[in-house]
Design a protein around this ligand. Structure first.
Ligand code: NAD
Length: 522
């Protein structure tokens, strides 16, 4: 069962990455607790689904209003637990969630509306067909730490408004944010059993997949996503996998370099580079390469790194030592292969153990880890290119395909390039913002994942479709048993009447099929 309860071994300790202080200590759940939570949710879900959809929409809107009233309280909790500056917590978490709440409430009726299915086949004309959309039942959500409120919230809201119950397993690094989400939803009127949080490390996520849920929505790394996908496949559990990225940022020589360099610096360093949509590879046309690097270096040096709770902080800490170590490893590997640090490239120990300077690098080659593996840290490697073909080939030379951006004053040219990039979202003259557009589906190609969250495609992941068929005439069907006599010629004639290649063939077919309805059937 979900709990706010502090303690009992083994404990889950959530730590402020800027200061090292404890944000909270929680009970780590056992597999039996997870199974029980799912069973409780399963029992509660039918009456939640039976509520009028307008009632659920009202509850989701009440949650939106409550969150709006608590903006600063929740934003500061996100900052304490995940380190990002408060303005980023407001913009990329609280604002995004309010928008998503409104969006899911606005579109719930439409997503649940049945659609009639007209039949073109003459033999089916006595039927009325319908696509009926219904909630899956209990949806399991497993979420990461980097957007500890907005990722689980957007997924939970669309699942709930469509009549599902939710069991959420948040990252072990950010349990407090998930419990805050849970308590706001309960306070808004979502029944306690319909939305529960189960806390723990990866094993608790595995236990959730193992429990009798009806769908799993996973957001996290490619490595864990692969394990989740395999576990789900073993039990034919439908899944959405939102995984990592290595997003390219392509600057053409006609771009406004001031705007594009600000976009690159923000896109690479917001949330200390710990965003699935972070700018991880920056390709710049050779004619403007030096100027672009210079602008990025200058702007990076203007950033204030520190505790996200302090006013004026632009970039907070990395989430923990493990994440910082990956960044250091990628930088060391790049330097050993000839990369040049233009600015940054070091820890900021005076601020605390988890701070790393915003770093711009050049002399990059495609054999470096920082171009092949997700870094998830404040690195901006900048690479020159000459032609469109080269930029597209470089951008597509990755196992990932989450998002990408193209920067140019020529929008037609930008769109033409965008359409050739293998990524779930491609933006022209903006980056990352796709996550904040509630109408925009979020998800990747290739190793970046399967399925979508956000937007109407994301909501449609939360329902299953049933084909409902009603035959208004109670009669033996023309294709039932009684194959003796001339049935073979009649059915052949009927097929020709429907699909004969000429009018004459269709007329002849119709004549041959005469009597098909009245022939004797068993
Ligand atoms: P992670 O894969 O380490 O963990 C994600 C979640 O999975 C956590 O809750 C974790 O406890 C759980 N987990 C671990 N092992 C599990 C198992 N065997 N079975 C089930 N659950 C298990 O990822 P992270 O470090 O928390 O997050 C960072 C990663 O998430 C990055 O790769 C980032 O790109 C990705 N991400 C993707 C998106 C997206 O929408 N595509 C958004 C945010 C983050």
């Amino acid at each position: 069962m979900a709990t706010d309860s502090k303690l009992a071994a083994p404990a889950l300790v959530s730590v402020n990455p800027a200061t090292g202080e404890t944000v909270g200590t929680y009970r780590c759940m056992a597999a039996e607790d997870v199974r029980e939570a799912v069973e409780v949710a399963r029992r509660a879900q039918p009456s939640w689904a039976a509520l009028n959809v307008h009632k659920r929409m009202e509850i989701i809107r009440r949650f939106r209003k409550l969150l709006n009233q608590r903006t600063l309280e929740v934003a500061e909790l996100i900052t304490r637990e995940a380190g990002k500056p408060v303005p980023e917590a407001i913009a990329a978490e609280i604002l995004v969630v309010q928008d998503a709440a409104e969006f899911s409430a606005r579109h719930a009726v439409e997503v649940l509306r049945s659609e009639s299915v007209p039949h073109s086949n003459l033999a089916m004309k006595t039927k009325r067909g319908k696509l009926v959309y219904e909630p899956h039942g209990v949806i399991g959500i497993i979420s990461p730490w980097n957007y500890p409120f907005s990722i689980p919230a957007t997924e939970t809201l669309s699942a709930l408004v469509l009549g599902n119950a939710v069991v959420l397993k948040p990252s072990e690094l950010t349990p407090a944010c998930a419990l805050k989400l849970q308590s706001l939803l309960h306070e808004s009127g979502v029944p306690r059993d319909v939305m529960q949080v189960v806390l723990g490390e990866g094993a608790v996520g595995a236990a959730l997949i193992d429990a009798p849920i009806d769908k799993i929505i996973f957001t996290g790394s490619v490595a864990t996503g692969r394990r989740v996908g395999v576990a789900a496949a073993q039990k034919f559990l439908p899944c959405v996998l939102e995984l990592g990225g290595k997003d390219p940022f392509i600057v053409l020589d006609d771009a406004d370099l001031d705007v594009a360099s600000s976009g690159a610096v923000w896109g690479a360093f917001m949330n200390a580079g710990q965003t699935c949509l972070s700018v991880e590879r920056c390709y710049v046309q050779r004619a403007v390469f030096n100027r672009f690097v210079e602008l990025c270096a200058q702007k990076s040096q203007l950033l204030t790194v520190g505790d996200g709770l302090d006013r004026g902080t632009d970039m907070g800490p990395m989430i923990d030592a493990r994440q910082l170590k990956i960044v250091e490893d990628h930088v060391a590997d790049a330097i050993s292969k000839g990369a040049r640090i233009v600015t940054g490239g070091r820890r900021l120990e005076q601020l605390g153990p988890n701070f790393y300077a915003p770093t711009v690098l050049t002399n990059i080659t495609h054999d470096m880890k920082l171009l092949n593996e997700e870094t998830f840290g404040p690195l901006l490697p900048i690479i020159p290119f000459d032609t469109d073909e080269q930029a597209i080939a470089l951008a597509n030379d990755s196992e990932f395909g989450l998002a990408a951006s193209v920067w140019t004053r020529n929008l037609r040219h930008g769109k033409a390039i965008a359409q050739r990039i293998e990524a779930g979202t491609v933006m022209v003259n903006d980056a990352i913002a796709g996550f904040g557009i509630c109408e925009a589906p979020h998800g990747g190609f290739k190793a970046s994942g399967v399925g979508r969250t956000h937007g109407l495609p994301g909501m449609r992941e939360m329902v299953r479709v049933r084909y409902l068929d009603v035959d208004r005439v109670m009669m033996k069907k023309p294709w039932w048993y009684g194959y003796k006599g001339s049935f073979r010629e009649q059915i052949h004639g009927f097929a020709d009447a429907m699909f004969g290649n000429t009018a004459v063939a269709r007329i002849k077919g119709a004549l041959r099929s005469a009597g098909i309805l009245t022939r004797p059937k068993i």
